[in-house]
Ligand binder design. Structure first.
Ligand code: 6PG
Length: 223
């Protein structure tokens, strides 16, 4: 697999990622949003830069098993930061409220007709996880499904539904957005060290396309 990753250290990483998301929205295609708190600003920038997302289909890297209006919902975060502010195309929400097995099954089905994802945005946990693929978990070995249920190994401790590694590798463009000094160790392990199941972020590189990590100086301190 191509291991190359471009490292971008920026004063305002959310602005950089917001610009990339807006450019992708203009092109149309299948964009994967992610969860956690880091992307919120990037979504807000992207919405300001491009109000027309009608040519775009939105997907999620993972979801917490909560209703969409729960404050822990990844969909809910994206809705207030981005979806409510733009003209939308098709939105493929992961139905976390159905529980991890049924929710994963439905999303697998929804993804079935899709050949490949165009842009995948990912955050990085302090433990090196991406989406809801946590260190050393059996979910990292799944190759016959694109979506699985997962157990949370970091807060919030609610069940998860997550894309597996194959659809992430298959994306034309993978972008990590990582900020803050508490992510510096994980960023080193994910972007500078050898790939390891200890650090799921180190296992994700686009096979045929590009992989970029956009960080602030604090998160990039150990690279
Ligand atoms: C989730 C995520 C997860 C997230 C990282 C970083 O549902 O929690 O999708 O992979 O991106 O945990 O989260 P923060 O940005 O909140 O640090």
């Amino acid at each position: 697999m191509a291991r190359h990753i471009e490292i971008v250290v920026a004063e305002h990483p959310a602005q950089v990622v917001g610009e990339r998301l807006a450019a992708a929205a203009r092109l149309g295609g299948h964009i994967v949003l992610t969860g956690g708190s880091t992307p919120r600003l990037a979504y807000e920038h992207a919405a300001e830069l491009e109000p027309d997302w009608s040519a775009t289909e939105l997907w999620w890297s993972d979801e917490r098993c909560v209703p969409p209006d729960d404050e822990r919902s990844n969909y809910g975060m994206a809705k207030t930061a981005l979806l409510d502010r733009v003209t939308l195309g098709k939105v493929h929400r992961i139905r976390g409220e159905l529980g991890r097995d049924e929710g994963a099954e439905l999303y697998e089905e929804e993804l079935r007709s899709l050949d490949r994802l165009d842009l995948v945005l990912l955050g990085l946990g302090r433990d090196g996880h991406i989406a809801s693929l946590f260190p050393n978990q059996p979910t990292l070995d799944v190759t016959d499904r694109r979506v699985v249920g997962a157990e949370a190994k970091l807060e919030p401790f609610v069940d998860r539904i997550t894309l597996t590694l194959p659809p992430l590798h298959g994306a034309s463009e993978v972008i990590f957005l990582v900020t803050g000094a508490d992510k510096a160790d994980a960023a080193k392990r994910a972007f500078a060290d050898d790939p390891s199941r200890e650090t799921p972020g180190s296992l994700v590189r686009s096979i045929r396309g590009t992989t970029t990590a956009v960080l602030d100086a604090a998160a990039a301190a150990k690279l």
